[in-house]
Design a binder for this molecule. Structure first.
Ligand SMILES: CCCCCCCC/C=C\CCCCCCCC(=O)SCCNC(=O)CCNC(=O)[C@H](O)C(C)(C)COP(=O)(O)OP(=O)(O)OC[C@H]1O[C@@H](n2cnc3c(N)ncnc32)[C@H](O)[C@@H]1OP(=O)(O)O
Ligand SMILES: NC(=O)C1=CN([C@@H]2O[C@H](COP(=O)(O)OP(=O)(O)OC[C@H]3O[C@@H](n4cnc5c(N)ncnc54)[C@H](OP(=O)(O)O)[C@@H]3O)[C@@H](O)[C@H]2O)C=CC1
Length: 591
């Protein structure tokens, strides 16, 4: 949907009259001038036809609502970088995987952003300050640190435990945030698939409600961006960029669960989540509805990433810092622990690099604030419909990548088979997982050490059991809003905030992803690769020796002791001999 004519009477009109509060809060980019409109790059043009989502009423823009474009030929919209200049941004989940990349990208590409307020809780014996200081030392921030050693001054941590009433933000901090925040990015969530329903509801739904209430007190708020998941509606095969009716009215569920003890909630959880696989997808679906309920009062955008993986390009290829989603599976395969998994070779593996999600998030923040779509826009941030890659291909590239760049101290040589057949998978679990684990544990016991392999495999089976739902089927996501947004960006913004996955080269991406798990998740040194290769060669020799011993053993037990087995063996050998003679004779005749 291409934009064509820039007209104030088009872009700034609103069909739906916003509430007074929203009008007051609405803050638009000054027309054709000011700090956001400086420079003479790219003319951005919009039109009534540009998107069905843009406001199209006949209402004239008033002085209270300054235009996002001048309406005169030659004026231009602020670029994304210009838009964020001078803005105060609130980010939840900034210490998480995606949150950290979002903070880094904002500091890198929008260096004039005024301040990043991040909600952080103390955790694992570390104070909020200590956690933030550790986070900023992380390699992820290298390029930002190099460009501006004082970058930490822009990051303002606010103490907050999202599961507590009022998000446990102090009254002073509430005042501070209400007075200055321009954009909210809500990334925090529990992404565990086995989270008890009460806790998942508390964090993913109730905390979102609390944050929305806080947002409504922010006098200068321009956009509220909520990070959901493409699997919030995984009970559907085709997923549009709309908010589907919730499985249950969130308010009623919250009230009901309040009086139930944990045991009762656990009992009714399967009935409640119905055809969704876990409490995560269920509560994320409820959260979308809760967010949408506020669309009359706030400018809202919802982003639904699919399976978020390592970075593609920024800040450097292969950044990953956790075991979630496929990362843990890749590592387990690289270590030679995972040899089989239930997955459909031909199903689309809808991975999306974290930097793509973050670039889209910043672009959505800009679009939502500047264009103020009349309803909440949902962005399905997926790759499968645009640049499909399948689980079978992933398996092939992961294994070959780990053979080229092996992990240290692998248990066995990387070699995994994925299958959608339950029985075949069970067979391989027995032969390739449980049997070697038993032998290894026996070996450890004989050496006087504590057995551990069976325990590791039990945990692995639990983890992959939770992922199989997603790797055994595929979904179709509509991504019209992504295309629409892309068409609204200047060529420079399209490069700087690139979310066009058509350019993604999957084999190269998977290679960098695997190297990233080695370097940043396992903290292994690349200089150890020759030693790791040597270790793999040792494992291969052990396997050859083991197989030879096994054959000799079988020979001794079954063949040498049974007349019938001996007869079969001689028959097979003579058959092979006859075949060989036949081929030799026929090749002599041909010559
Ligand atoms: C050859 C390759 C072939 C490939 C074939 C197909 C692969 C398909 C793979 C995937 C596709 C689908 C993916 C769908 C995604 C949907 C998208 C989203 O919207 S959400 C985001 C996703 N969220 C999750 O991934 C949460 C999943 N994780 C959990 O629910 C839990 O962590 C769970 C149940 C797996 C484990 O729970 P616990 O309580 O047993 O363990 P805990 O506390 O989490 O971790 C303990 C320690 O183990 C490590 N760990 C956790 N998971 C690990 C793993 N998979 N492998 C190794 N270590 C792991 C942790 O880092 C931690 O280490 P320390 O104690 O801190 O040092
Ligand atoms: N990773 C993925 O594959 C996908 C993720 N998403 C969505 O993206 C968003 C970010 O995910 P991701 O970065 O991977 O998740 P992470 O688990 O890495 O990060 C979660 C963040 O939420 C914070 N948080 C959790 N509980 C609390 C709490 N009680 N109080 C304060 N903060 C809390 C965490 O803080 P702390 O460090 O203190 O624990 C952390 O910063 C989520 O909304 C998720 O649903 C969507 C699709 C896929």
């Amino acid at each position: 949907m291409r934009a064509s004519v820039c007209s104030a009477a088009v872009v700034c009109r609103r069909t739906r009259g916003p509430t007074d509060g929203r009008r007051r809060r609405a803050h638009r980019i000054p027309a054709g001038g000011g700090k956001h409109a400086a420079g003479g790059r790219n003319q951005r043009q919009l039109s009534t036809e540009s998107s069905g989502h843009l406001d199209r009423s006949g209402e004239q823009a008033t002085e209270k609502q300054p235009d996002i474009c001048s309406g005169a030929a030659g004026s231009r919209m602020a670029s994304i970088t210009e838009y964020y200049a001078g803005k105060s941004v609130l980010i939840t989940g900034a210490t998480g995987f995606m949150g950290k990349v979002l903070v880094e990208k904002l500091l890198w590409s929008c260096p004039n952003v005024k301040a990043l307020y991040i909600l952080v809780r103390p955790k694992a014996g570390q104070s909020m300050e200590q956690r933030v200081s550790d986070m900023m030392k992380c390699k992820l921030f290298d390029r930002v640190r190099e460009a501006n050693p004082d970058f930490h001054k822009k990051i303002i941590p606010i103490s907050s435990e999202l599961t507590q009433p009022g998000l446990s933000i102090s009254p002073e901090d509430v005042e501070k945030l209400s007075a200055c925040i321009n954009i909210v990015f809500h990334c925090a969530a529990t992404i565990r698939f086995d989270e008890p329903l009460k806790h998942a509801l508390q964090l993913n739904v109730i905390a979102t409600q609390e944050l929305l209430s806080l947002a409504q007190r922010m006098h200068h708020l321009e956009a509220f961006i909520h990070i959901s998941t493409a699997y919030a509606n995984c009970n559907r095969k085709h997923i549009d960029e709309v908010i589907y009716p919730p499985p249950v009215e969130p308010k009623k569920l919250i009230e009901s669960l309040e009086w139930m003890d944990d045991g009762m909630v656990q009992d009714i959880t399967p009935r409640l989540i119905g055809d969704r696989p876990n409490t995560y997808t269920y509560t994320k679906a409820l959260a979308e509805y809760v967010v949408q309920q506020e669309q009359d009062k706030l400018n809202i955008g919802i982003i639904r990433p699919s399976i978020v993986g390592a970075s593609w390009q920024e800040p450097f290829p292969g950044w990953i810092d956790n075991f979630n989603g496929p990362s843990g599976v890749f590592i387990a395969a690289g270590k030679g622990i995972l040899r089989t998994m239930r997955a459909n070779n031909d199903a689309v593996a809808d991975l999306i690099p974290v930097d793509v999600v973050v670039n889209l998030t910043l672009a959505v923040g800009w679009y939502t604030a500047v264009h103020r779509p009349k309803t909440t826009l949902v962005y399905n941030c997926t790759s499968g419909g645009i640049n499909p890659f399948h689980w079978g291909e992933i398996e092939h590239h992961v294994i070959s990548s780990f053979k080229r760049n092996p992990l240290e101290q692998a248990f066995r040589r990387p070699n995994a088979n994925i299958t959608s057949n339950y029985l075949i998978n069970q067979y391989w679990i027995l032969v390739s997982h449980k049997f070697p684990a038993l032998i290894y544990d026996l070996f450890l016991r004989l050496c006087g050490q504590k057995p551990q392999m069976m325990r590791i495999f039990n945990r692995l089976h639990k983890a992959i059991g939770l992922l199989e739902y997603f790797s055994s089927q595929d979904w179709e996501w509509n991504s019209d809003n992504i295309s629409m947004l892309m068409s609204q960006l200047t060529p420079e913004d399209r490069t700087m905030f690139n979310f066009d996955v058509r350019q993604l080269n999957w084999p190269e991406y998977i290679e960098n992803y695997c190297i990233g798990t080695k370097k940043y998740v396992l903290n292994e040194d690349m200089s150890d690769i020759p030693a790791a290769r040597q270790h793999l060669r040792k494992l291969r020799n052990i396997r050859y020796t083991f197989n030879t011993l096994l054959v000799v053993f079988i020979w001794r037990v079954f063949i040498a002791r049974s007349q019938m087995a001996r007869n079969i063996w001689y028959f097979v050998v003579s058959l092979c001999f006859k075949f060989l003679s036949y081929f030799r004779a026929s090749s002599t005749l041909t010559n």
